[in-house]
Design a protein around this ligand. Sequence first.
Ligand code: FAD
Ligand code: NAP
Length: 313
Amino acid sequence: MLDCAIIGGGPAGLTAGLYATRGGLKNVTLFEMGMPGGQITQSSEIENYPGFFEHDKTGLDFMERWQKQCFHFGLKHEMKKVEHISKKGEYFTIAIEGGDSVEAKSVIVCTGSVPKRAGFKGEDEFFGKGVSTCATCDGFFYKDKPVTILGGGDTALEEALYLSNICSDVYVVHRRDTFRAAPPTLERVEGKDNIHLITNSIVEEAYGDAMGLQGVKIKNIKTDEITDMSNTGLFVFVGHNVQNEVLKDENGQFICDMNEWGQVKVDLSMKTSVDGLFSAGDMRIEAPKQVVSASGDGAVAALQVISYIQEQQ
Ligand code: FAD
Ligand code: NAP
């Protein structure tokens, strides 16, 4: 019987493991289907994590140190995919890929939320090298320079407002002429002189060389006209896939309360609606989707787990 099972080994899960084991829990296992580290290992540069300001280091370099520290206090790692979690009576059952299962007194789920790709030419090639899904992470690299955004939802327009305070001009490319975003957000965007809405248009291609993105070809889908935008960063905001499958039971029903976008409802202690089940990081409601906040969530959840286990004894 585990004191705590942690599902997902990104910044949230690793930090939860560090705090849980260093806080005295003896039997804590992190289930991570790949190498621990999470999404940030795909990043070529991170400069907004306090205390880490080394321009020649990648996200992978950054997470290497975390692993050493987080496993130092006795956290165990199983490189396995968790299929689903269930709770019958007091304890949880963690069903693992391949048919095995393990019981746990408490669970912290930190399986993240992955930005969707739009599918244009060059998107994968230049992802992390000029094509980004995170304005908070990468906006500053384009200080006083023009950027292009793809998408017409709330995220795209809210991030356009954020980027308009940093960048010289923000070009929002949207495939229709009406926006999915909330009307007040659209109004604020329309009131900004340096945000330009390019409707009925898609990104046809992102192009560049070994150094990274050099420009973007935008196609008007009504006229087929192509506009070439050079020297621009490209931000893609076309929705997210929340990695919430582990929280579904055998009938496909969520075992805890979720919001309409599939994010886990938690309170400020990272508690879900199920006793002993916690969630942390990018998959929770209102997540800022940053390493520093995911990590903070993990610490909060682990401290709560320690209290929860003590109360059970
Ligand atoms: P994740 O990092 O997504 O980790 C979730 C983990 O769960 C993954 O490792 C996954 O393999 C595992 N998992 C999923 N399902 C299962 C399962 N069923 N069983 C077992 N394991 C599972 N943030 C910043 O603060 N600054 C930046 O500069 C920055 N740059 C970024 C650049 C890129 C290219 C990307 C993609 C993201 C960037 N971010 C940045 C965002 C940051 O990476 C995320 O906010 C953070 O990683 C979220 O942490 P998490 O632990 O919640 O989830
Ligand atoms: P979203 O609402 O699904 O919007 C995605 C946008 O990307 C849409 O405009 C869509 O176009 C476009 N798109 C999708 N696939 C595309 C493709 N392949 N190529 C080009 N464009 C593509 O996603 P989101 O903006 O991330 O928001 C997700 C949910 O969170 C929404 O319900 C939103 O309201 C909510 N949210 C709320 C707030 C807030 O309340 N403050 C903030 C952020 C997000 P179409 O419009 O043509 O489909």
